[in-house]
Write a protein that binds this ligand. Structure first.
Ligand code: SAM
Length: 258
């Protein structure tokens, strides 16, 4: 069975990935369980079990990627340290370790620094890949130096440099408020539609940077549908999946009203 595009499937990730055509995916955005015990699906007996399970879906994912494909994997920095090594050992090319500063805190630890970040690994299948850096520029920090540069330019290597009017090149640390924090009312956390939904802005940045219109984006843990929705809005094709029917229905409902 080969799955059709622009659909959200309701399979276990292994079943889903086994039915994706080889070398058909331009961009994979994977936001899997983190083993943080936040839900049944996020709970594994041991860290070893979690890693074995993670490496199994990675093994099925790699053959689906086109030669010029990009792959992004979300996780805690600790887990991503292991995942990074596995991807390198499997011949993928490391591009960036992205730090997502969630503008929120996950814990209240007094024995170490509080957690406020997640990490995103950016890998490609080959050295030759798409990277639309101009489509993801971010605003310059407004400083006196920048004001001066806008008016008169700054002398660099004998040439006068003026800031790009669309902003600076995007760096590796992304300051994007989490959905959890955004939706708080009077500082109180609310019940969100999904406990781990990612901000639209974050997924949008990945899609704009690492794909072109008409490309095929894969997400095997789509949750509240962010990847499918952002792909459709940005005129990319998508093929997504979640093993919880409730989330597949929720995502489809959101897609319908786009
Ligand atoms: C971290 S959440 C993804 C959130 C998503 N990025 C969003 O923006 O809403 C992980 C999702 O993976 C799904 N999931 C967990 N284990 C799975 C499995 N074995 N196969 C398919 N889906 C799974 C869960 O139902 C959950 O919705």
């Amino acid at each position: 069975m080969i799955l059709k595009i622009n659909k959200i499937y309701n399979f276990d990730c292994f079943e889903f990935l086994k039915n994706i055509k080889e070398k058909s995916i331009d961009l994979a955005i994977i936001d899997p369980p983190y083993n943080m015990k936040k839900a049944k699906w996020d709970t594994f007996k041991t860290h070893k079990d979690f890693l074995e399970w993670t490496f199994k879906w990675i093994d099925l994912l790699i053959p689906t990627l086109k030669n010029a494909a990009s792959l992004y994997i979300f996780n805690t920095p600790f887990n991503n340290a292991y995942i990074l090594q596995y991807l390198v050992n499997n011949g993928l090319i490391f591009q960036n370790w992205l730090t997502w500063d969630k503008r929120d805190g996950l814990g209240t630890s007094t024995t170490k620094y509080t957690n406020g970040q997640e990490s995103i690994l950016f890998f490609t299948k080959n050295k030759k890949h798409i990277f639309n850096y101009n489509d993801i520029r971010v605003p310059y920090e407004s400083t006196d130096r920048m004001k001066h540069a806008e008016e008169k330019g700054i002398l660099k290597n004998g040439k006068r440099w003026f800031p790009n009017k669309n902003g600076r090149l995007c760096g590796e640390v992304w300051h994007i408020t989490s959905e959890r924090h955004k939706n708080k009312i009077n500082g109180k956390t609310q019940q969100n539609e999904h406990i781990a939904s990612k901000p639209f802005e974050l997924i949008e940045r990945i899609i704009k940077a690492s794909s072109n219109k008409g490309d095929l984006v894969l997400d095997c843990f789509v949750g509240s549908g962010t990847t499918a929705i952002a792909s459709k809005k940005l005129e990319r094709n998508f093929i997504c999946n979640d093993f919880d029917k409730k989330y597949v229905d929720l995502s489809n409902k959101k897609l319908e009203i786009l």
